[in-house]
Design a protein around this ligand. Structure first.
Ligand code: HAM
Length: 424
C-alpha cells in the first residue's frame, strides 16, 4: 500500500458534521453585518508580498517570520494572505472606492495563512470574520465597529468575553513617546531579547507586547503611550469611550494593548476570552489612519477588526453551544434489479429537479439493506420498485411514519410528497 498522505501541519479538515456550526457562525456574521449595512468583499488568497511588507510592517512577526511566499519567475513574489485588512485596503484603492459615498463599510469571511507553531487556537491556515470601514474618522465609527463585534458575540451566544481598549496615538505623539520609551529602555538594552533589540529602532512600543519574562520585567514601569497622547488623540480616545458608554458596551482600558501589526493608530482593542488558554484573543482590531496612503492611496482613515473563527468555535464547544441538524430525505427509491435501477434513476433525477430531497440505491443492496439505509437517511417515504411494480408502471410506496404501504403511480407519488400526506 502507498504511504498515507496527511494534511499539512497546522491545517484542519472541516468535516460535514462540523459544517452546521460553521454555517451558523458565518450566517450570524452576515446577518449582523447586513443590519449595520456592511457589504461583503472577497479579495484574492494571495497578493504581491510588498502589500503586506508595506501595510503590516516589516518589523512584525507576521511579515518577518510567518508569511508563506512563493514566486514562479523570481520577478514577482507573492504571499498567501496572513490577514484580511491589507487586501481590502488594496481593493479600496484599486477600485477608486473613495469616489463612492463614504464611508465604505465592508466585511469578509476568509482563510488566512501564517506559518506559526500550531497549538490550541493557533493554526497555519485559519479563518477570519472581519470588517473594515474606510473614509470616516469619527469616534462614532470606532464605537460602531466595536459595537458590531459585540452584537455578533452576543448573537452567537458566547459568554465571558472582555473587551479591552487602548489608544496607540498617531505619528505625531508617537515620535515624542518613542524617544521617551527608548531613553527608558536604553540602560536595559543588553538584557532585552534579540527580537526586542531589533524592534527598538523602528517600533519600540512592541517591546511592551513581548511575552519574554525578562522583557516583561524590564517594561513593568515603562512610560505608556496612553499617557503621552497629543490633544487630538486624547480627545478622540475620550469620545470613543463616551460613545461606548452611551451604547452600553462594557470595556476595560488596558494600556499594554499595542497589537501585533504596525498599521494601527489611535484606537486599538481586543476581545479576550478566558476559555482560550494561551491564545486568549478571540479577535482584535483598531484604527489605521495611514494604511490607505502607505499602500499607494489617498489620505483616508480606516478602522476594523477580525475574529478568528477556529477560536470562536473552540469557545462555543467549551461553553456547550452546538448546532445539530437532523438530515432527512423526502423520498428514497429502492430498485431491485438492473432494469428497475434505470427507471429509478430517471425518476429520482426528475424528483430532484422538482426540488425534492430524493435519494436512491447505488450500492446494489438487498431490499432489507435498502430499508435499513433509508431509515438511516430518515426518509419520509420509500418507493420500492421490484419486477412486478416495474411491469405495472407503479411503485410500492411505504410511509416510514405510519408503516402503511400502497401501490401508486409516479404522478400520484409526486402529489403525495408535495402534500406530505400520510398513508393510512
Ligand atoms: P490579528 O490580531 O492578527 O488582527 O488577528 C485577528 C484574529 O485572528 C486573532 O484575534 C485570532 O483570533 C485570529 N488568528 C490570528 N492568527 C491566528 C492563527 N495562527 N490561528 C488561528 N487564529 C488566528 C488582524 O488580522 C487584523 N487584520 C485585524 C484588523 C482588521 N485590524 C483592523 N482591521
Amino acid at each position: 500500500m502507498a504511504s498515507k498522505i496527511t494534511a499539512p501541519k497546522g491545517t484542519k479538515d472541516i468535516l460535514p458534521e462540523e459544517i452546521y456550526l460553521w454555517e451558523k457562525v458565518e450566517n450570524t456574521a452576515k446577518k449582523v453585518c447586513e443590519r449595520y449595512q456592511y457589504k461583503q468583499i472577497r479579495t484574492p488568497e494571495f497578493e504581491n508580498v510588498s502589500l503586506f511588507q508595506r501595510g503590516i510592517g516589516d518589523t512584525t512577526d507576521v511579515v518577518q517570520k510567518e508569511m508563506y511566499t512563493f514566486s514562479r519567475n523570481q520577478k514577482e513574489i507573492f504571499a498567501l494572505k496572513p490577514e484580511g485588512t491589507a487586501g481590502v485596503v488594496r481593493a479600496f484603492n484599486e477600485h477608486s472606492m473613495l469616489s463612492r459615498p463614504l464611508p465604505i463599510k465592508l466585511f469578509y469571511l476568509t482563510s488566512c495563512y501564517r506559518c506559526e507553531n500550531p497549538q490550541k487556537g493557533r493554526q497555519r491556515q485559519f479563518h477570519q470574520f472581519g470588517i473594515e470601514v474606510l473614509g470616516s474618522k469619527s469616534p462614532i465609527t470606532d464605537a460602531e465597529v466595536i459595537g458590531l463585534g459585540f452584537d455578533f458575540i452576543r448573537e452567537i451566544g458566547i459568554r465571558n468575553i472582555t473587551l479591552k481598549i487602548n489608544s496607540v496615538g498617531c505619528s505625531n505623539c508617537r515620535n515624542a513617546y518613542y524617544t521617551k520609551l527608548r531613553t527608558f529602555l536604553e540602560p536595559h538594552v543588553e538584557e532585552l531579547c534579540d527580537v526586542c533589540k531589533s524592534r527598538l529602532e523602528k517600533n519600540p512600543m512592541r517591546v511592551l507586547d513581548c511575552k519574554n519574562e525578562k522583557c516583561q520585567q524590564i517594561t513593568k514601569d515603562a512610560p505608556l503611550m496612553v499617557e503621552h497622547l497629543c490633544e487630538d488623540c486624547k480627545s478622540h480616545y475620550g469620545s470613543v469611550k463616551a460613545y461606548l458608554t452611551i451604547a452600553g458596551i462594557p470595556f476595560q482600558e488596558d494600556p499594554t494593548i499595542v497589537r501585533g501589526l504596525d498599521y494601527y493608530t489611535n484606537t486599538a482593542f481586543e476581545f479576550i476570552s478566558s476559555d482560550l488558554g494561551a491564545q486568549s484573543a478571540l479577535g482584535g482590531g483598531g484604527r489605521y489612519n495611514q494604511l490607505v496612503e502607505m499602500v499607494g492611496g489617498s489620505d483616508v482613515p480606516g478602522i476594523g477588526f477580525a475574529m478568528g473563527l477556529e477560536r470562536l468555535l473552540l469557545i462555543l464547544k467549551e461553553q456547550g453551544i452546538t448546532e445539530e441538524k437532523i438530515d432527512t430525505v423526502d423520498i428514497y427509491i429502492a430498485p431491485l434489479g438492473e432494469p428497475a435501477h434505470a427507471k429509478a434513476f430517471k425518476d429520482v433525477q426528475a424528483l430532484r429537479q422538482m426540488g425534492f430531497l430524493a435519494e436512491m440505491d447505488c450500492m446494489q443492496r438487498s431490499l432489507k439493506g435498502q430499508m435499513k439505509y433509508a431509515n438511516k437517511l430518515n426518509a419520509r417515504y420509500v418507493a420500492i420498485l421490484g419486477e412486478e411494480e416495474l411491469e405495472k408502471e407503479k411503485y410500492l410506496l411505504r410511509d416510514m411514519q405510519t408503516k402503511a404501504q400502497q401501490e401508486i403511480d409516479f404522478d400520484s407519488l409526486v402529489n403525495l410528497i408535495k402534500s406530505n400526506g400520510g398513508l393510512e
